[in-house]
Ligand binder design. Structure first.
Ligand code: BEZ
Ligand code: FE
Length: 253
């Protein structure tokens, strides 16, 4: 896309967003006091540092759904605000701590023709046993509970991690994002999940998540990220829970 085309697209999208908001204000005869209440709420979101959180909560999955209109491979899912791109490379195990239960993550990555893809760099990140992410908690260093693995010549990797705890997507339940969810009658707990980002030159980057069959918040994810094809039955092998994944990457656009 040329510079001019980008500018025209931005003008069209931003113009349509403003017009859509104006239409809603007119449709509901929003008063000046209501407008000011919303205005102050947005200031509160910015002051609390919750702008990324509220955007990821309400809009990230919509972008994934749009991506899926032109993809045939595995489903794209919410990245969320806790990805860090400088996670350590790991081979057999991601560093964990605290009273976590082990989770073996095994995966094979293929292309649309079913051919395994070697040398795919996969970022994996997940919450600890308190529902915290490294890099966002003072309690432990940022190379815990996240790492990058690479697929072998069969497109496979296997890495030991731990079972993540479900967590409130807004850490401050009474903060401005939590208040919006409460106002809309929702709840703030995200179901247990593991995040993945698959990167390989020549293929469309895939950011996704895996959820676990039977988990209690599956049907009320505040982020709307749970889909059947992303929800997996954990197996048990030698007393260890195993998450087996088959992932298909689309070619780069
Ligand atoms: C997450 O899964 O990390 C997440 C996604 C959206 C909002 C908050 C958290
Ligand atoms: Fe998460």
């Amino acid at each position: 896309m040329s510079g001019l085309e980008k500018q025209q697209r931005a003008q069209t999208i931003v113009g349509d967003i403003i017009n859509a908001i104006r239409d809603v204000l007119r449709k509901h005869d929003v008063t000046f006091n209501e407008y000011r209440a919303g205005f102050m709420h947005l200031i509160g979101l910015a002051k609390a540092g919750e702008v990324p959180l509220v955007l990821d909560c309400f809009l990230n999955q919509t972008i994934c759904d749009i991506e899926m209109k032109t993809r045939q491979g595995s489903r794209s899912n919410v990245e969320g605000p806790y990805f860090l791109d400088d996670a350590p490379m790991v081979t057999d195990a991601i560093k964990v701590r605290g009273d976590t239960l082990p989770l073996l993550i095994r995966c094979q990555v293929k292309d649309l023709q079913g051919q395994p893809i070697p040398d795919v760099i996969t970022d994996i990140w997940f919450a600890d046993s308190n529902g915290d992410y490294s890099g966002y908690s003072e309690d432990f260093p940022k190379d815990y509970f996240r790492g990058k693995v690479t697929t072998d010549s069969d497109g496979k990797y296997a890495v030991m991690g731990s079972i993540p705890k479900e967590y409130p997507m807004a850490q401050d339940e009474d903060g401005p994002t939590g208040k919006i969810i409460e106002l809309l009658g929702g709840q703030i707990m995200r179901p247990q999940h593991v995040h993945f980002k698959y990167l390989k030159e020549g293929y469309a980057p895939l950011t996704t998540q895996s959820y676990f069959e039977g988990e209690k918040y599956l049907n009320e994810d505040p982020v709307g990220g749970v889909f059947e094809d992303l929800t997996h039955q954990l197996k048990e092998e030698n007393g260890v829970a195993v998450l087996d994944l088959d992932v298909v990457l689309d070619p780069a656009e």
